[in-house]
Design a protein around this ligand. Structure first.
Ligand SMILES: Nc1ncnc2c1ncn2[C@@H]1O[C@H](COP(=O)(O)OP(=O)(O)O)[C@@H](O)[C@H]1O
Ligand SMILES: [Mg+2]
Length: 225
């Protein structure tokens, strides 16, 4: 079994898109795959299909039921805010140790390749004391960092990589996911590569073409597996 943590430089960068793409790719290769998106804010039952949990369940070809939803995304909050604040709006909080334990239980399943999707960026708070970074450090599983190609991404990406490395996390790949209206992918990737040598950089075009996504996912999987 192998488990990967999919994080990003921020929210809406492409974590779910990449995770769903990897799930579909591995399923096509005949691998057993599972996914976990334990912390989900901005969740409304009305929009369940389009939610991260709905998208990941669709990639796994599982129906959306209360049971599969609870299994995929047990910590769901309505407000589209950072999880600590979204939880506080509901007079709830995330039990960090319970979150880590739930991930460890999933990762212990030796029959599946597991993708855990984080929430927001690398240092989004989960409670009063812990961020996504602490969560990744506790799990200590390989990390896939998703970044964009917008003006500003180079600094965001290098900052994220610096923090991940400083905490001895195993960064398997950076996915440079094309931002609509962003700057040159080639120049962005070349610059990130110059400052972060040795880390595989995988481009992903903004596209609705499944074959293009498949090819990018095949390259990404070869880099991370
Ligand atoms: N490479 C891509 N091509 C087309 N649409 C994309 C791509 N990457 C992300 N998107 C879309 O951009 C939006 C944000 O991506 P998402 O994966 O949900 O981000 P995150 O999980 O990091 O918050 C979604 O609507 C998603 O479908
Ligand atoms: Mg997401």
């Amino acid at each position: 079994m192998s488990a990967f943590f999919v994080t990003a430089t921020g929210t809406d960068i492409g974590k779910t898109f990449v995770t769903a793409g990897l799930i579909r790719h591995l399923r096509r290769l005949g691998h057993k795959v599972d996914a976990f998106k334990p912390v989900l804010s901005g969740f409304e039952m009305d929009g369940v299909k389009a939610s991260d949990a709905g998208q990941l369940l669709a990639a796994l070809e599982q129906d959306v039921t209360l049971e599969t939803l609870d299994r995929m995304a047990p910590w769901r909050f309505t407000a589209p805010l950072s999880p600590d604040i979204a939880a506080a709006h509901e007079k709830r909080s995330i039990d960090f140790q319970a979150l880590v334990s739930a991930c460890r239980v999933k990762a212990a399943d030796r029959h599946h390749t597991l993708f855990i999707e984080g929430v927001g960026g690398v240092m989004v708070p989960l409670d009063a004391r812990h961020t996504v970074l602490d969560w990744m450090v506790e799990l200590n599983i390989p990390v896939i960092l998703v970044t964009g190609s917008y003006l500003g991404t180079i600094s965001h990406t290098l900052t994220a990589l610096s923090v991940l490395s400083a905490h001895n996390l195993n960064i398997r790949a950076v996915v440079v996911n094309e931002t609509p209206g962003g700057v040159s992918m080639d120049e962005t990737m070349a610059t990130i590569g110059r400052f972060a040598p040795g880390i595989p950089l995988c481009p992903l075009s903004r596209t609705t073409r499944q074959d293009v996504v498949d090819e990018a996912m095949a390259t990404l999987w070869r880099a991370v597996a």
